[in-house]
Write a protein that binds this ligand. Structure first.
Ligand code: HY3
Length: 348
């Protein structure tokens, strides 16, 4: 398998600046035979040199990608209740959740005719992902998608005020842990004396790695380890009408091993909603979060409904994150396992 050269077609989208490379057709024999997306992910991770992991590296790493590339392999759904499944990937492996990818996949499914949406109105593209069943609710006007709502799995805070010590400075920080399909550590960027701005990106990468290492197994939650560290700035609040508040925050999410989300991070936004919910600043259909990214793109998010929480101290809810995606290319990649640098390389 995969000893002969082959071609792979991709549709390359971005959501609020974050890339999402969609691979619809996999070479025969590459997809694990397990019947669920979650199990296929485990099977790939458990194997050494799995062909889908080699393909991930070929498409994500240089020369076809870069250290901040992201994408997904389309798979069958777990059952006919979803339109399809997806295995999300990034430079270090396969993730459990990806909001920006779910938004991009909603657009992709409509653009490719994978689903038959009406010309006008809302249409739910249901997708099986490793953390569960999610949806991209597409809003269409004259056959064109104008925005997508990422409806995630139940999200909730896991713990509050965990203390970490940064090895390089011996500085003590307090972080909250929250689940949004993946586990995130979140902290106000003022704790590290930085503003969420592009010029500080290398500092955030370094600190993200240090915080994750310092948390160690304290940030593991069931089968989930700590996926990312979210640094946020408060950007004020506005009253939208007599009742509701628009809470404005800007964040940078450092995920996997030092990868930077250009978007406001869909699953990370759900984790932030969970923390704001626990703090009483948001509730079901009460108040909205405008979440800006490091490159100043934004998502708008709210809590749709409260749900049963597995963590007694904190509430759980189903979040909705609204964003847009754009197609920026269609690629045809040639992959030759005999090539000197196969399956690719990274410089950081
Ligand atoms: O939007 C998200 O949820 C994803 N973006 C990169 C890191 C996360 O998986």
């Amino acid at each position: 398998m995969a000893s002969a050269p082959y071609w792979i077609e991709t549709d390359d989208w971005h959501t609020a600046g974050e890339p999402f490379r969609v691979v619809e057709k996999l070479p025969p024999g590459f997809l694990p035979t397990a019947s669920t997306v979650a199990q296929r992910r485990f099977d790939i991770i458990a194997a050494t040199g799995h062909p889908l992991d080699q393909l991930r590296q070929s498409l994500c790493h240089e020369p076809r990608g870069h250290a901040d590339m992201y994408g997904g392999f389309i798979t069958p759904p777990n059952d006919p209740g979803a339109a399809f499944g997806v295995l999300f990937w990034h430079k270090d492996g396969f993730s459990t959740a990806c909001g920006h990818g779910t938004i991009a996949l909603g657009y992709w499914a409509i653009a490719k005719g994978v689903v038959k949406a009406p010309e006008n109105g809302a249409y739910e593209v249901v997708i099986d992902v490793p953390s569960g069943r999610v949806a991209a609710t597409m809003h269409l006007v004259n056959g064109k998608a104008i925005h997508a709502d990422f409806i995630n799995v139940a999200s909730y805070q896991i713990s509050k005020g965990l203390q970490v010590v940064i090895p390089s400075s011996q500085k003590e920080l307090n972080v909250d842990l929250a689940f949004g399909g993946a586990v995130y550590a979140t902290l106000n960027a003022d704790q590290v004396g930085l503003k969420v701005e592009p010029k500080n990106v290398n500092e955030f990468i370094k600190l993200g790695r240090e915080i994750k290492a310092s948390l160690g197994t304290r940030a593991h939650y069931g089968k989930y380890d700590c996926y990312g560290v979210i640094f946020f700035d408060e950007e004020g609040e506005e009253r939208t009408d007599g009742q509701d508040l628009l809470i404005k925050q800007r964040n940078v999410t450092v995920f996997a091993d030092g990868q930077i989300d250009r978007s406001p991070c869909g699953s990370g936004t759900c984790a932030r909603l969970a923390v704001l919910h626990a703090e009483g600043r948001l509730g079901p259909k009460k108040n909205t979060l405008r979440h800006r990214s490091i490159i100043a793109t934004s998502f708008e998010a709210e809590i749709l409904e409260e749900t049963r929480s597995p963590i007694v101290e904190f509430p759980a809810s189903i979040p909705r994150v609204r964003g847009t995606a754009q197609l920026y290319g269609k690629m045809s990649f040639y992959i030759d396992p005999a090539e000197e640098i196969y399956p690719g390389f990274l410089l950081r």
